[in-house]
Design a protein around this ligand. Structure first.
Ligand SMILES: Nc1ncnc2c1ncn2[C@@H]1O[C@H](COP(=O)(O)OP(=O)(O)OP(=O)(O)O)[C@@H](O)[C@H]1O
Ligand SMILES: [Mg+2]
Length: 304
């Protein structure tokens, strides 16, 4: 706790009772798993005089699961995740920031914690404020030393979506760099299903359509859209088809003509929607749909 601002410097996520695994590309999944496995099998490494990865930086666009993956790693290691709030560290009075940071880091080391320096670029961003330069240099120095000396009993993670702002000297010191990309189509579709939760059965006929409309969204945005949909459905604001139609309508503007046609064909071929419904949703003419997908089923089903 910073004594002047009374801000908590460390937040805790305790997911030891269970956390759904993050939906990740195969390569990110592999890297995250090896960080975990090296820890779980550290005895076998030690027998050969090797230490497990002590530090890793997670890089990628917003909302793709960097913080969630850090929670997942900690949960797999049966530890809580401690997150050092760098904004809180820096909001304390000039001249004390380094001390606050050191105290928080010492605390984490003493407890063999999994510590996440979330949004580590926050330090860099403050550099534009000239008066802080000396202080920020000290802060970076403290972190540099800590990354170098981090004990193998703990695990130091950092996350950023602005890798270009991270001090190269700091960057170099992390033993592993995990690069998160934009979510893959399979992950978006799995996310749509996961976030629909108990309403999956109701919305099942629309999962593919929702997934293609949300294809370019981050999983965090997918969660927001699907949760909004479920709220409105729960409050009986409209039937499922109409609500989905509105959501698709909002996303439709961002689809190209070819994407809309592909979506229309998929929907029609699923045999679950009439061509009339598909046409209304996608703006693709019924004739065109019939040409690609054959005759319309007699009526939509599975929707109330
Ligand atoms: N890969 C994923 N798998 C499952 N859920 C995800 C994933 N990515 C994001 N989400 C959902 O979005 C929420 C926010 O994700 P998270 O905080 O991990 O993103 P982030 O990459 O850390 O973003 P930021 O750079 O903005 O901090 C998660 O709690 C989860 O519900
Ligand atoms: Mg995050």
């Amino acid at each position: 706790m910073d004594s002047d601002s009374r801000l908590a410097l460390i937040r805790e996520f305790d997911d030891r009772r269970g956390l759904e695994p993050p939906l990740l590309s195969a390569s990110v999944h592999r890297q995250i798993e090896s960080i975990v496995l090296e820890r779980l099998e550290s005895d076998r490494l030690a027998a050969k005089g090797i230490t497990p990865t002590r530090s890793a930086i997670l890089v990628g666009p917003p909302g793709v699961g960097k913080t969630l993956s850090a929670r997942w790693i900690a949960a797999r290691l049966r530890k809580p995740l401690w997150v050092l709030d760098l904004t809180a560290v820096m909001s304390s009075l000039l001249g004390k920031t380094g001390n606050n940071l050191r105290a928080a880091l010492d605390h984490a080391k003493a407890n063999s914690a999994v510590l996440l320096l979330d949004e580590i670029d926050a330090i860099a961003k403050r550099r534009s404020d000239e008066s802080d330069i000396g202080e920020l240099k000290r802060l970076v120095t403290v972190i540099l030393q800590e990354v170098d000396q981090w004990p193998a009993t703990g695990l130091l993670l950092a996350a950023t979506n602005h890798p270009e702002l991270v001090d190269p000297a700091l960057w170099r010191r992390f033993e592993a760099v995990v690069q998160f990309g934009k979510s893959e189509p399979a992950a978006v579709s799995a996310a749509v299903r996961r976030f629909l939760g108990e309403d999956l059965a109701t919305f099942e006929p629309w999962v593919d359509a929702l997934s293609s409309t949300l294809a370019d969204a981050s999983l965090s945005d997918v969660q927001r859209s699907i949760t909004a949909l479920r709220r409105r459905h729960a409050l009986n604001e409209a039937d499922a088809q109409l609500l989905v139609g509105q959501l698709l309508g909002d996303g439709m503007a961002s689809l190209s003509k070819a994407q809309r046609l592909a979506l229309a064909i998929d929907l029609a071929k699923s045999g679950q929607h009439t061509h009339q419904d598909v046409s209304k949703l996608t703006g693709v003419a019924r004739d065109t749909i019939r040409r690609h997908a054959g005759p319309s089923p007699r009526r939509g089903r599975g929707l109330k």
